[in-house]
Design a protein around this ligand. Structure first.
Ligand SMILES: [Zn+2]
Length: 166
């Protein structure tokens, strides 16, 4: 089951528009990144665009492998690229995934896998980090947004491992 992001306070029209524009830009960037996906085995190509709090965008695509286990999802490709660039503060990620031959207008729902949700939990505030899932290939403004906490409740996060026992 999927939930829409709950608004913490009634957003001003300007704030709502700014978030919508940011989300649409991320979906468009993820759509472009998807073109570079390497998915000869599943035929399911995915692009991701991760935005950092300083306004940068890091893209990723899925990269498969004949041995399967070395394959990497688009979301983690984007995260690991950002981490390698020294960036660790993020506010949103957009994901666009579909079978390689999908036509424009195809209804999509490419939700991040459990492993990618766990990577998000390592670096992101679950009550603010937004996961944006595109619903079509050709309409960036048609998307759904979720808070990370909705997608990974009760996450095993780093702060748990650092808290001393009482
Ligand atoms: Zn994944």
């Amino acid at each position: 089951m999927m939930f829409k992001v709950a608004n913490h306070a009634p957003p001003t029209p300007t704030a709502e528009t700014a978030a919508g524009t940011r989300n649409s830009e991320l979906v468009a960037a993820a759509t472009r990144a998807r073109q570079n996906a390497y998915a000869p085995y599943s035929g399911y190509t995915v692009g991701a665009a991760l935005s950092s709090t300083d306004g940068r965008i890091f893209i990723g695509c899925n990269v498969e492998n004949a041995a399967f286990s070395p394959s990497n999802c688009a979301e983690r490709t984007a995260f690991f690229t950002a981490i390698a660039e020294g960036v660790r503060d993020f506010d949103a990620i957009a994901i666009v995934g579909a079978p390689a031959g999908a036509r424009p207008g195809t209804r999509l729902s490419c939700s991040p896998c459990g492993v990618c949700r766990q990577v998000m939990a390592e670096f992101c505030d679950p009550d603010h980090f937004t996961v944006i899932v595109a619903r079509t290939l050709d309409t960036p403004e048609d998307h759904q947004a979720f808070l990370l906490r909705e997608l990974l409740p009760q996450a095993f996060a780093g702060d748990i491992t650092r808290e001393p026992e009482r």
